[in-house]
Design a protein around this ligand. Structure first.
Ligand code: AMP
Length: 426
């Protein structure tokens, strides 16, 4: 049996690298004062259909559905979905727990697996992992700048250089309506030549035509109307202020009017971090402001902005630039007993050492030769081997062998603990 297509097991070196990457991200998030939140893997369907939008790729085609056994009322079986993205679930939790009523700015992050039924390829999976940050209850342009600068800081913390930040504004609802009308008259005659599905999609969500993969549309999009020319004065003022804050924070960006994002809930600032290192799937991370989303959960609108970054893609980019490290912790010592008496002695010591937090590896084969034991020590990548044979046992001694240099010395058994602690790699 194999794992589900587009969903992978994680182990060994790759997992150690993953955990190292996570640790660096946690450090930056905590420096910025973001607090972790975890939501369940399963949510009610409407969390996403309402918030992300019925006409989006995610809701239309990509959600994994699970039939609950009894439904929430334990009578009608309900369809639940595996979380395809983090923001809608986050706002569901915020509203459910009244976090938005606490006042002051709220800074949260998540580190969770997401599920989307997509065609798997390099950098595109069906179970993938996102870190996301959400800043709620501030409409200030500094909040937008903080959020973008935080993502920038995460990539910079690794020394990653090959990416660019693309910035756009979708304006408020009135700005978007005016812009949609302009798009419909610009693309209208050409859309008639597209297939029925594309036409329908265009009329329902004209903004997303700018995101189209169709080459003809992409060529046309180059001279299409630009949202910045349709921004209402308030939206324009906000956008200009965000740009200026980013400049003062030393964040380099380019303006890209095609960054419309694939989800319904965005307004005002949107952004995407892209990298040439990734090939076709060039998006490293992205997000935007979503001030109106809370209304879809039945409470008054409150300001919010956030982003999500893809772990698999970040790791690909780090690997390609030679920046990927690992936080593997290796055993300090491998215990190699030669004979039954020595085994009993070392076994007892291993229990005691582990209790004290000294990492010890040991094989439980009782009759193996030294050569075999040292091979195991090598495989475990221990720093030292502690060897006891009949002579050492009789003299209450042990050989401690540095497995890197090959140097060894015989010392009293009672000194082994102190010696390992003194010489353990820091
Ligand atoms: P989105 O929620 O679609 O804006 O995605 C945010 C980030 O998650 C993207 O920039 C990617 O880095 C990553 N991502 C999105 N979809 C996938 C996927 N199917 N497989 C791997 N990473 C993904």
């Amino acid at each position: 049996m194999k794992s589900v297509r587009g969903m992978h097991d994680q182990w060994g070196t790759a997992l150690h690298q993953w955990r190292w990457v996570e640790a660096q991200i946690y450090r930056v998030l905590e420096t910025f004062g973001y607090e972790e939140i975890r939501t369940p893997v399963l949510e009610h369907m409407e969390v996403f259909s309402k918030a992300v939008g019925e006409d989006t790729e995610i809701v239309e085609k990509q959600m994994y559905q699970v039939q609950d056994r009894g439904g929430s009322s334990e009578s009608t079986p309900e369809i639940l979905v595996l979380r395809p993205e983090g923001t809608a679930a986050f706002i569901r939790a915020v509203v459910e727990h009244g976090i938005h009523l606490q006042g002051g700015v709220g800074r949260y992050f998540y580190n969770l697996p997401m599920f989307r039924y997509e065609r798997p390829q390099k950098g595109r999976l069906r179970q993938f992992h996102q870190f996301g940050a959400e800043l709620i209850l501030s409409a200030a342009p500094e909040a937008d700048a903080e959020c973008i600068s935080l993502l920038d800081q995460i990539y910079k913390a690794f020394g990653l250089k090959e990416y660019s930040i693309r910035l756009n504004s979708l304006g408020n609802t009135a700005s978007r309506e005016a812009f949609k009308t302009a798009l419909v008259s610009y693309f209208g005659p050409h859309v008639a030549q597209l297939d029925e599905v594309a036409q329908k999609k265009f009329h329902r969500t004209p903004l997303r035509i700018l995101d189209s993969k169709d080459e003809k549309i992409q060529a046309l999009a180059k001279n299409a109307p630009r949202i910045v020319d349709y921004l209402e004065p308030k939206s324009l003022e906000h956008y200009e202020a965000v740009k200026s804050c980013l400049k003062t924070s030393g964040v380099d960006f380019v303006e890209d009017p095609t960054i419309v994002r694939g989800l319904d809930y965005y307004s005002e600032t949107t952004f995407e971090f892209t990298s040439e290192l990734l090939g076709a799937q060039s998006a490293l991370g992205g997000g935007g402001r979503y001030d109106g989303l809370s209304e879809r959960f039945g409470v008054a609108s409150f300001p919010a902005i956030g982003w999500a970054l893809g772990m698999e893609r970040l790791i690909l980019a780090l690997d390609q630039s030679g920046l990927l490290r690992s936080n593997e912790s290796l055993p300090v010592a491998y215990f190699a007993p030669l004979g039954k008496g020595a085994f009993e002695k070392l076994y007892g010591m291993s229990v005691d050492f582990r209790r004290k937090g000294i990492s010890v590896a040991m094989s439980y084969e009782k009759e193996k030769a030294l050569k075999w034991q040292l091979k195991q020590a090598d495989r475990a990548r221990a720093a030292f081997a502690v060897i006891i044979g009949d002579n050492e046992l009789a003299a209450n001694q042990a050989i401690i062998k540095d497995l890197k240099s090959g140097q060894q010395s015989t010392i009293p058994l009672n000194d082994i603990e102190a010696e390992l602690l003194r010489r353990a790699p820091k």
